[in-house]
Design a protein. Structure first.
Lengths: 422, 422
C-alpha cells in the first residue's frame, strides 16, 4: 500500500501523548507505544491501533506485500471463522494451543477462530489443483488472527488478537520446496532490514504444525520473551531439540562458546512436508500421469508484533527512534512563539511536495513539552521555527538519532528535506 | 491503497473459472462471482476472497479511504474481540441480533465478536476528549465484522463474516452533527458512483442502534433482499415507520404513486444522538466551562457486500461488466494460434506502462473458451491477437460493454490503451 499523503496537525489528532503510565506495563516498547499514543489496550492482550500506530502498520504491511509479490505469491483474504470439521480433519481441534472456539446460535454449527489457515488454504488450493503444470503455487493474506494466550504480555508483542501475514506454498517435490524456502528466508531478511531490524535466523522444531523442522526469525532484545542460544555464527531456538544447549556449552556446529539471550520472534517458516496434503487429500497428476501429493511450506510474519519489536530495538531514554521506512510521518514540525505565519507556510510547502509532516500546532503547550513529545513520538526529523531562527532566515533541523542541530536556510528547506526523507 | 502493478498470466493464477455451478446458488452476482473465480464459499455465509476478488476489494476500500480522508476522518484498527462488560454497559449483550459470543479458556473472560464498534470507540474517544476544542472528531476503520445471521444468503451480500468500513463522529451539538451527516451522505454517493452504482437514499428507523432516525443507501436490483417503497422522487425503507406505505398508495411527501421494489442495502448512516455518550459517560467542557455530552453519528459501508452489489447491477447474460474503477485488471489479453511472440511483446509493453493486464496465456484452451472466460471475468477491455490481425499489423479491440470490435494498429496500441484505461 502506497502511503497516503494526509494533512495532519497535532490538534487534529484525536489521541494525545501521556507522561505517565501504569506500573503494570513492563516492556519498553509497550510503555513507549502507549505513552506516544500509538496503541490503546482494551483488555488483556487486546489492542486498538491508533492513527499514528496504524500508519506504521500500513507501512510495514506495504513492505511485506511488495516482498511477497516479488516472490510470486498471490494475495487472498480467508475468513477468521473456520468450520470445526476442518480442524477435526487435521486433528488440531483438540490439540492446538489457544484455539478459540465458538458456536452459532442457528443449527449445530461450531467454528474455530483462525490462529493459522492451513485448514482453509489446503482444501482451497486442492480444489483448483490438477496437474504438475499448476505447481509451484504460493498464496498469502494479511489479516487479524486469534490465539487464546494464557498470559498475554509485552503489549502488542504477545496479544490474543494480532495482525499477521501468513503464506502457504505448494510444490511438486521436496527439492522445489527447499528452493522456495530459501527464497522466502532472503525475502524475510529484506523485510526486517527495511523495518530497522537485523534479524537472526534460529533453527527450531516444527511445533504444533509439523514434525519437520522450522526456522524462526529473531530480533535480539532484552525485552524479548524467547530464549535463544547463540555463538558468534549460529543461533538456536530454545526448543531446537539440539541437546546440551546451555550457557557456556560449545556450539555443535562451529565449537564456539554458547551464550543465551532473550529475543523477540518476529517471523517463522515451516517445512510442512505432506502433513496437510494428506489430511485434506490433495493430489496433482505428474508428468507420467501418476497421482502425487504436493509438499508444502508455511511462512508467517506478525505485522502488529513487528511494531513492538521495531520500537524495542529502536529507542533511547527519551522515546522511539523510527526508521524512515516505517515512521508514521517523516518530519515533526514545531513553531515557537510568534512564528505561526512562517510555520504554516513551511507546512503547506511540505504538503505540496508530498513530505509527510506532523505539525505540532498546539497553542497551549510550552517549547519543552513540544520537544519532549517530538522525542517520544520519534519521527526521523525535527524542524523548529523560532523568532531567533527566523532572524537568520532559517529554521533549526535535527535528526532524531543525532544530538546535533543545524540551521537550514528557509529558501533551501523543502529541497533539503525532500532529499533527507528519500 | 494505490493499485499494485503486478504481472499476471492466467496460468499463474491458482484459481480457475467454472462453467457450471450448484443449483442452490440463486442470485446472479453469487453465480458470476463463484464461476469467475472471485470468491469461494467455505461454509454457509463464510467466504474466501480469491486473488481476482481481492483486487476488486482493495480498489473499493481504496476508494472508501480516499473519501473518508477528504472529510477529515482518522483511520484506526479496533479489535474484533470485545469485552463482554462493554456490551453489558450499552445494554446490547442480550439484545443485539446475531451477536457472536465466546469465552477464553483462561479466567472468567467473555467476548463479543464485533458486528459494530460503538462499545470500543466511545470509551476510546472519551479517554482523550477534554475540551470543545477537541471536537468535532471523526474516526473510522476498515475491517472484518461478524454477525450470526439466521439465514446467510446471496453469497457475499449477506454473510456471517464480512468486510466493513465503519466510522463514528463526535460533535458539540446536533447542528454540527447534522452538517457532518450531510457531508457523509455526499461522500457516500461519490463512493457508490465511483463503484458503478447509482445509489438511492431511503429513510429508515434507527434499528438496534438508536431510537433516532437513519438513512440507508440502496442499490436498486431485483436480487436485493430489502423491500423499499419509492415514487419518482422519494425512497423509503420498509421499516421507515411511515404508515400506509404499500404498492399504489400515495407518497406522503410528493403525493406521487408509490411502487415497491427489492433492493440491496450497501451503506447506512445513523444519528446516534447521545445514546452511547450516556452509556459510557463521555463528556467535554464547553466554552463556558460546563460539562457537556457530545452527540454522535455512525456510518457504515459493507465493502465486501459492495462487490456483490456491483456485480448485481453490472452484468449481462455472458458475465460480469466491471466498472473501470474497481476492475481487478483493465485489459484481458488473448493471443490465438501462433502469435505468442507478438502477444508477449504487447504484454511486456503494457506492464512497462503500468497498464493492468491479465494475459490469457493458456495453451490448452480454444479461442471460444478464452472468449467466454473474458466475458465471464468481465474486464473493461479485451484485446485479441491473431495471425489474421497481425497480417494487418494490428490487434482486435473490444469494450466489454459494447458488441463492436475495432482493429488497432500495433504501433498505436499502448498509447491508445493508456488513454482508454484513464
Amino acid at each position: 500500500m502506497e502511503n497516503k499523503k494526509i494533512k495532519m496537525k497535532t490538534t487534529q489528532l484525536f489521541t494525545a501523548t501521556s507522561k505517565t503510565i501504569g506500573d503494570e506495563i513492563k516492556s519498553k516498547s509497550h510503555q513507549l507505544l502507549v505513552r506516544g499514543g500509538f496503541i490503546n489496550q482494551e483488555m488483556a492482550g487486546i489492542y486498538t491501533i491508533l492513527p499514528l500506530g496504524f500508519k506504521v502498520l500500513l507501512k510495514i504491511e506495504d513492505t511485506v506485500r511488495k516482498e511477497m509479490d516479488l516472490i510470486g505469491a498471490q494475495e487472498v483474504l480467508m475468513p477468521a471463522l473456520h468450520p470445526k470439521e476442518r480442524w477435526i480433519q487435521s486433528e488440531r481441534w483438540d490439540n492446538f494451543d489457544g484455539l478459540f472456539k465458538l458456536k452459532s446460535q442457528w443449527g449445530n454449527v461450531e467454528y474455530a477462530l483462525g490462529p493459522t489457515h492451513e485448514e482453509i488454504i489446503f482444501p482451497l488450493v486442492g480444489k483448483f489443483l490438477s496437474s504438475y503444470k499448476d505447481l509451484p503455487v504460493s498464496v498469502y493474506q494479511i489479516q487479524s488472527k486469534f490465539r487464546d494466550e494464557k498470559r498475554p504480555k509485552s503489549g502488542i508483542i504477545r496479544g490474543r488478537e494480532f495482525r499477521m501475514k501468513d503464506m502457504y506454498s505448494f510444490h511438486e517435490n521436496q527439492e522445489d520446496l527447499s528452493l522456495y524456502y530459501e527464497k522466502v528466508k532472503k525475502s524475510y531478511l529484506n523485510i526486517f532490514k527495511t523495518c530497522g531490524i537485523q534479524a537472526k535466523i534460529t533453527k527450531a522444531s516444527g511445533g504444533t504444525f509439523t514434525k519437520k523442522y522450522s526456522h524462526e526469525f529473531m530480533a535480539i532484545s532484552d525485552a524479548g520473551e524467547d530464549l535463544i542460544f547463540a555463538c558468534e555464527k549460529c543461533f538456536y531456538a530454545e526448543n531446537s531439540e539440539i541437546s546440551n544447549l546451555k550457557e557456556n556449552s560449545l556450539c555443535p556446529e562451529c565449537k564456539n562458546k554458547i551464550i543465551s539471550c532473550k529475543a523477540i520472534e518476529i517471523g517463522n517458516i515451516f517445512d510442512l512436508g505432506q502433513k496437510f496434503s494428506k489430511d485434506f487429500d490433495i493430489f496433482y497428476t505428474d508428468k507420467n500421469g501418476d497421482k502425487k501429493m504436493p509438499v508444502s511450506g508455511c511462512y508467517g510474519i506478525g505485522t502488529s508484533r513487528l511494531i513492538g519489536a521495531i520500537v524495542e530495538v529502536n529507542n533511547d531514554d527519551k522515546g522511539i527512534i523510527w526508521p524512515k521506512s516505517v515512521a508514521p510521518f517523516q518530519v515533526y514540525l514545531i513553531g515557537l512563539n510568534k512564528t505561526k505565519k512562517e510555520t504554516d507556510k513551511i507546512y503547506q510547502s511540505f504538503l505540496e511536495n508530498n513530505i509527510e509532516v506532523l505539525y505540532d500546532d498546539r497553542q497551549d503547550k510550552t517549547a519543552g513539552e513540544k520537544f519532549a513529545d517530538s522525542d517520544l513520538i520519534g519521527l526521523p526529523f525535527r524542524i523548529v521555527v523560532s523568532e531567533k531562527t527566523l532572524e537568520k532566515q532559517s529554521v533549526e533541523f535535527k535528526k532524531r538519532k543525532s544530538k546535533q542541530t543545524e540551521l537550514i536556510a528557509l529558501k533551501n528547506l523543502t529541497e533539503r528535506i525532500k532529499n533527507e526523507v528519500k
